[in-house]
Design a protein around this ligand. Sequence first.
Ligand code: CO
Length: 509
Amino acid sequence: MASIPVAFNNTVLRDGHQSLAATRMSTPQMLPAAPILDSMGFHGLETWGGATIDSCLRFLGENPFDRLRAVKKAAPKTPHIMLLRGQNIVQYTSFPDDVVEAFVKATVAAGCDVLRIFDALNDIRNLKTAIAATKAAKGHARGEICYTTSPVHTIESFVKLGVELEKLGCDSLGIKDMSGVISPRVAYDLVTALKKQTKLPVILHTHDTTGFGAPSYLAAIDAGVDVVETSIVPFANGTAQPDTLRMMELLKGHPRAVEYDRKKLQELRVYLTDVYKQLSKFTSPDNERVDSDTLVYQVPGGMLSNFRNQLKEQGMSDKFEEVLQEITYVRECLGWIPLVTPTSQIVGTQAMMNVKFGRWKQISQQAADIALGKYGQTPGPINADVLKLVCDKYNAKVIEGRPADGLAPRMDKLRAELAAANLPTDDEACVLHAMFPREFSDLHKKKAAPAAAPVEIKAAPAPVAAPAPVVAAPAPVAAASIPGSATGRRCFAITVGGKRSEVCVEEIA
Ligand code: CO
């Protein structure tokens, strides 16, 4: 066992508030905490990426790159970390290589040091461009292994991915346990195997959703993990990362125990408690408690709480177990894909539709695209009957190549569109316009308006990046997006044979 102290990354300015306060912490709320966090000696600060870019534009009226620069300036000593969805950047579909490359270059230039790069399917082909671009920009590429449990996922399959990520030039390896389901024993074995078969530093990232977070960190520390990721209460525990002070206490007497300044932690706690109160509209006791249902159903906690609400609203509370079991069935049919953005939304929506309308009576475009290989290679095979149904219904064939290979370069076109709209045309503008066209344009309109109000929290407008329309047979179906209450929560009104109902799915990171 390594005798040097373990190190902590701190996630409060990204995953902490994304998991517990719908990603609503604003830059003005972050800035007073940033210098204190910077003075603590953490190994890294996760401050950007994931849903924060969407939230900046959609809800907070902020330019996300300006946030990155401001937070970096307020915390210049500690490396800044962001979460990147590989070829999806921070959206739900694949982008051409030139857009991914421009995004990565702009991100590193704006002050981000470490890019956590993952693909929801763990398809290495979806990670290559982002990893190469990070290296080219002299950033630190942290290749992420999305952890999940299924009959096709084994320690060996995760280690194989880790070895491939090392070959691609990654500087470190992250185990990304978005659902908080890694058990202490598996954490121990996986870290041991990764440390043995690669030369890279290994970081474990988990959530305390099931109460496994802290004990799994402890086991990983026993196995020699280099870094674990913690947050600070009240933006810690539950669906977020374990609290820093709690983790420090848990390690008391351990040969790898680590000590961060307790007085400063207390100072941060007091300040963040105030911020948490300001965000009370977006917090919920449901997310703060240990949820053992996640272990029973093997689906992420955030999805569970959302389904509970949605089924209740639809008078379908009695269908709760049925829908959850259907999630497992849909996952199996779609090759046991991990449940993480965007696959968690796709599988969740399809499970709701299966229960509501009958199995595969309706197939969402996105579920069909997974079956057709448009998101990449699934960990297990697609159910043959479902695949036939999709191919017949869409008159389509399975694609074998890398999904982004079919996408033409877009940067020139994006720049021309921005110029025509009299908007900035630099790379930052182009990549934001590619992912959030309406929100980016709205942001500039607001800036141009006289006496713009300071940053404020506002009601959610209708999401623009709504999943593709539902295709149905035999009844005509119309799907329209309607406002969601939280970042990453996508709500749809589905009309079948004149009867309208609502389904919502929520983002997990
Ligand atoms: Co996370």
